[in-house]
Design a protein around this ligand. Sequence first.
Ligand SMILES: Cc1cc2nc3c(=O)[nH]c(=O)nc-3n(C[C@H](O)[C@H](O)[C@H](O)COP(=O)(O)OP(=O)(O)OC[C@H]3O[C@@H](n4cnc5c(N)ncnc54)[C@H](O)[C@@H]3O)c2cc1C
Length: 423
Amino acid sequence: MKITILGAGVIGITSAYMLARDGHKVEIIDRNSGPSEECSFSNGAQLSYCHAEPWASFGSLKKGLRWIGQAEAPLLFRPLPSLQMWSWVFEYLKNCNSKAERRNTERILKLGLLSRKVLHEIENDLGFDFSYRKGGKLFIFRDKEEFECYLKQARLQEIYGSKYQILSPVEALEYEPSLRESVGSIYACVRDPMDESADAYEFSVKLVEKLKEMGVKFHFDQKIEKIDTSEGKISRVITDKNEFQSDLFVLSLGAYSSLLAKEIGIKLPIYPIKGYSITVDIKNEEKAPGNSVTDYYEKVVYSRIGNKLRAAGTAEFAGYDDSITGRRINMLKRSTKKYFPYSGDIDNAESWACLRPSTPDSCPVIGKSDRFKNLYFNTGHGTLGWTQNFASAKIITDIIAERLGDYDSEEFDLNWFSASRFN
Ligand SMILES: Cc1cc2nc3c(=O)[nH]c(=O)nc-3n(C[C@H](O)[C@H](O)[C@H](O)COP(=O)(O)OP(=O)(O)OC[C@H]3O[C@@H](n4cnc5c(N)ncnc54)[C@H](O)[C@@H]3O)c2cc1C
């Protein structure tokens, strides 16, 4: 079958890999000159399979309200006169209850664990390095309240298969000696042995080379402007340079997925939530973390990418404005200086910002459109797109092949991620 993927972010290209392996003739359209130049470019690099706490939770809502009006707080909400924003907030609030939190936790965790399994299965076939590290992750907590809040979540996740190990700050130094300077300010730590990290951009560039060898065609520098439909199908996709016909289309346009879907009458509640990162050149190996670290209170994640330290986080509701705000970057620099003050030249770190494609229940949209029989979605991965990427690509490939695989034995329901859950 000829399959056209809209969007060459990490989700689009990994879907291309799985679909091409399944024998399809695949092509990809993207407006940039290469893969993963938007949200997948400079993200936190964590493969957080076991970080399944949905954003829509009573705890996060309480914290968010506390941060209102603080320009350097981890969450910044700029109210806009936008129906898209307010209907997203309404759906988000509907998910802030213990029943929904539990349901969403199970789905996020099982998707993460499947992703880990899939990546381990395909690792050899990929055959290239992408700064992949398998050393687990360390969560750091500043006080008793947030530590206990995390433990509640960790105990829930344990039921569905994740593991955790409580460590005193001094014990944590065994795993992360680079925290020595800041150990006095840490209340407790938790080690997550299953999490990993890797560079999504390096992965993307190398995967594209492999995909070209596999016969996948790339149409870069083409902005998709319109989707035409007729008789319940997508008839063509029109870009500023060309038009494309195909047996089947997969929509993977990140935060922009909802805009094009709206043009053809489909409501996808995917809202852009801006995040920031800084990338520091490491000058002092021992003073930079060897694996992933997450500061639970500020939700800042740290990862090691070769001789660079990436710090990422913050959530800003500002519509489709993806500009870099100095104060948000300052917050990341301040946090990095607190934990890894001698790692490198933090003041001159490279800054970046991008829009996460976020759904109100923190679960992606993967599956077939109810409305157009040759349209499929693989989008809306929010804070965890790099992590969930491998499972999502497998799921969309299996759904297209109408192959149920062994999902039943994993108590995994493919309908969990269907777009129809928002109807
Ligand atoms: C600060 C930050 C830190 C993060 N940290 C992590 C992390 O540590 N771990 C993790 O798992 N996830 C993390 N994420 C989330 C992760 O990066 C995203 O979920 C993921 O990159 C989304 O991938 P995507 O392919 O859906 O979107 P994108 O990478 O944005 O790809 C969408 C593609 O669609 C193209 N496109 C859009 N509109 C058009 C159009 N009209 N015409 C043509 N092309 C178009 C774009 O050019 C782009 O290439 C982080 C995100 C941010 C912002």
